[in-house]
Design a protein around this ligand. Sequence first.
Ligand code: AP5
Length: 222
Amino acid sequence: MRVLVLLGPPGAGKGTQAVLLAQRLDLVHIATGDLLREHQRQGTPLGLQARSYMEKGLLVPDNLVIQMLLERLRKPDCLQRGCVLDGFPRTLEQARALDEALGPNGVERVVLVQVSEGELVRRLGGRWICRTCQRPYHTVSSPPKVPGRCDVDGGELYQREDDRPEAVRQRLRVYQEQTAPLVAYYRRQGKLVEVNGEGEVEAVHRSILEAVQAPSPATDSR
Ligand code: AP5
């Protein structure tokens, strides 16, 4: 199965770029944050367990997220078309579980989207999301045509609980401690490519497309 991973800190634009990449390459977009928020909306046991972690900006325990993701990967659309993962893996345990599930070839390419911390805070502070299709907007850089409404389906726009300043600070800390070690993990496998995530959305999309279509980067032991 073809699996591409978008890796990067909160607010790097993974969700924005995953939608474009999935459309362009006809892959399924899987965002574990969106799946978990959907569980919360439906009030499932997983959603109830996940809520307190997500509100505080902490990671949901590995066993819960891994099971949810592997179930999603086994659905026919993923098996037939492959997928872009956005927000998974986020820990070494998740990365190892994914490798094990995918077998010898593992993931095809991991794109690290790099954005400075000041820009991340600015982006998350101004983000609004469509309740219906989850498309993100930004009050300054990508405002909706009609305030409070999604351009695509007219859905209501809302701000995420974990985009409050103290939760954002916690998410950035958690990224450094638990997710950043994946950079070395995938670099050692020769699968990591780095892309500058600052600049116009369309320009970042072109860089990511080039990065996933370029020959495999060399493995390195850093
Ligand atoms: P999740 O939903 O995955 O959030 P995240 O990783 O913190 O990422 P974000 O959605 O905040 O940002 P993004 O990189 O997608 O940026 P976006 O495109 O929206 O996870 C939320 C929580 O769920 C976690 O904290 C955890 O609790 C739990 N969770 C999820 N997965 C988990 C896992 N695997 N394990 C354990 N727990 C898990 O863009 C941000 C803003 O910037 C938008 O307003 C956008 O319009 C704007 N923007 C985008 N690109 C640009 C650009 N080029 N220029 C200017 N503005 C831009």
